[in-house]
Design a protein around this ligand. Structure first.
Ligand SMILES: NC(=O)C1=CN([C@@H]2O[C@H](COP(=O)(O)OP(=O)(O)OC[C@H]3O[C@@H](n4cnc5c(N)ncnc54)[C@H](OP(=O)(O)O)[C@@H]3O)[C@@H](O)[C@H]2O)[C@@H](O)CC1
Ligand SMILES: [K+]
Length: 536
């Protein structure tokens, strides 16, 4: 879904209205889509109860319509009106007809009934304030939210369009604002949700369509995609029952050194967990014995090395083994030795018709490469591979479109910019350098940015310290490579993998009970659950 400012959203709604989709119909669509998202995710047999917090504006309207559907679909529903709704009795009448209960703040001056309903409900739907908010909060709304905020065991909260109390442009939030488990955004992701503190209050961000046409002029201003579960699942390859391992591609991972053994394993496991048909792992011979028994599903390639780091002789070995390889990951766990830099140079220089044709280091016999393609397969370059790449003159032109996965420190080495400058404007810098270098860039960190040479940018709307630990980068690189091997176009693979990876990190922390305790292997262990959740 696209990211929009409040003004852009209003322009979209205005243009949709002018083209024949009335405001009432937009709200009806929003309410239905919201109810569907809630029902799919939270309904448990035999019945579930939901408390809807309903404000006086259209955000409350969305909530009331969703409550009506939920009442029709077997939920016990309670609407709590935080402010009188003027002029739309029909919404309340329809809701009551469906069996819904209504309670108003005028019947509950000390908010005790609100407290009781909140304690008994399985779910709270927060439709008090949306894009029409003007901070600070005031009156009954402020008091009611404060009462709810104090409850320790509040049930999960689904925010309608945004958590009530968040400014949808600035990301500022009132202290009474309830932390949501899920925020269901209408038509587009409101820009403020991608800024702190709003991001930390929004939980998972999920967008639903409300029937706006794709051709409304105001969409032209919305030039950033925000990844969500629906987009991730749509991008994933289908898995027909009559498939075989060849259906899901082969990737080769050339990784590891004596000091960083585990990187190759983490990347390979992650590629397999993403569904790759065959994962080949190329490691320096000195660490092969340590690793091979730990991943019987992989096939192995022993790479020539000097004192445990991959050396230039390995380029020939990799080139001879590229048959049927759809994606090649290089860099994880390499170290920064000169021998490995020579390997990288030779690997790139051996391509036919790319850059300087005379390879450094050695010239393989033509017959030795007879079965090999003379173009490298789709490349993913990570970690030390990026730092070594930056030392090669005109590296940008020596590779076909690759996926580069720097964290801010690696990005600083590659671009010559300071980390502070990169972090101050992550989005613009990712966009600029993806275009300048002609490669897909995954700028990692809180809210990873993925950009492609065509100027497209996608944001992963998640930030968690759970992923701030060694090896999680190897996991992401393996996931991206595994998806490319299965036929995804590199930009799509990168943004899909980055979303799944962040989601798995958050899930791992939840399951372990601590973000601090998450290790890279825990993130891999959550991938099956994440895939299962989003596809059901
Ligand atoms: N346009 C459409 O048809 C569509 C819109 N959609 C939905 O509508 C939402 C936007 O709706 P909206 O513009 O009606 O504003 P909304 O956020 O409900 O709040 C307005 C009310 O809040 C009150 N209020 C404000 N600040 C306050 C404060 N600090 N403290 C206390 N109260 C405060 C203000 O009262 P006032 O201060 O003016 O008396 C007013 O009554 C949007 O997020 C989306 O969910 C989608 O379904 C698509 C179709
Ligand atoms: K809301």
């Amino acid at each position: 879904m696209k990211r929009v400012s409040v003004a852009q959203m209003k322009a979209l709604e205005g243009q949709a209205d002018a083209s024949g989709l009335s405001y009432d119909q937009m709200m009806a669509n929003a309410g239905l889509a919201l109810a569907q998202a809630v029902h799919r995710r939270y309904f448990r047999r035999p019945t579930c109860s939901v408390l809807g917090l309903v404000g006086s504006g259209n955000n409350g309207g969305d909530c009331l319509i969703a409550l009506r559907y939920l009442a029709e679909w077997g939920w016990q529903t309670q609407a709590y009106l935080l402010k009188e709704r003027v002029g739309d009795e029909a919404l309340l009448t329809d809701y009551r007809k469906a069996g819904g209960q209504v309670l108003g703040v005028n019947e509950d001056h000390d908010f005790e009934k609100l407290r009781q309903h909140a304690l008994q409900a399985d779910l709270i739907m927060d439709g008090v304030l949306g894009t029409g908010i003007r901070l600070p909060l005031k009156g009954d709304i402020q008091h009611a939210l404060a009462v709810l905020k104090e409850i320790k065991d509040l049930p999960p909260v689904v925010a309608v369009d945004c958590p009530s109390g968040v400014d949808c442009d600035s990301g500022k939030a009132a202290k009474e604002c309830l932390r949501a488990d899920l925020t269901v955004c209408m038509a587009a992701i409101k820009a403020g949700l991608l800024k702190q503190p709003a991001l930390g209050l929004a939980g998972e961000i999920y967008a639903v369509g409300i029937g706006l046409g794709d051709n409304l002029p105001a969409w032209a201003e919305a030039d950033v995609d925000v990844m969500d579960a629906r987009m991730a699942v749509e991008n994933l390859p289908e898995r027909p029952a009559d498939s075989h391992k060849g259906t899901y591609g082969t990737c080769l991972i050339a990784a590891g050194s004596v000091n960083y053994c585990g990187a190759a394993l983490l990347a390979a496991r992650a590629a397999y967990r993403m569904g790759t048909g065959l994962v080949r792992v190329g490691v320096p011979g000195s660490i092969y014995d340590t690793l091979a028994g730990q991943l019987p599903e992989a096939t192995w390639l022993i790479l020539p090395h000097t004192s445990g780091v991959i050396n230039s002789e390995a380029a020939k070995v990799v080139w001879k083994n590229l048959e049927r390889v759809n994606a090649l990951l290089i860099g994880p766990g390499w170290g920064l030795e000169n021998e490995t830099k020579e390997f990288l140079e030779d690997l790139l220089n051996l391509q036919k018709g790319k850059g300087n044709a005379s390879p450094l280091g050695f010239v393989p016999e033509e017959h030795e490469l007879k079965n090999a393609s003379r173009k490298l397969p789709a490349l993913v370059i990570d970690a030390d591979g990026l730092k070594l790449l930056a030392q090669i003159e005109n590296w940008q032109d020596k590779i076909q479109t690759a996926v580069l996965t720097p964290h801010p420190g690696e990005m600083a080495v590659m671009s010559g910019l300071s980390i502070a400058k990169i972090q101050a404007d992550r989005e613009a810098i990712a966009r600029e350098y993806a275009q300048r270098w002609g490669h897909v860039l995954v700028l990692k960190g809180a809210m990873t940015i993925v950009a492609n040479p065509a100027g497209e940018v996608a944001i992963i709307p998640m930030a968690t310290s759970a992923l701030a630990t060694a090896g999680t980068g190897d996991v992401l690189a393996g996931m991206i490579t595994g998806l490319i091997a299965q036929g995804l176009e590199p930009y799509t693979a990168a943004k899909t993998a980055a979303w799944l990876h962040a989601r798995a990190g958050i899930k791992a922390a939840r399951q372990l009970g601590s973000e601090a305790s998450v290790m890279a292997g825990d993130v891999i262990a959550q991938l099956p659950q994440v895939l299962n959740e989003i596809s059901s």
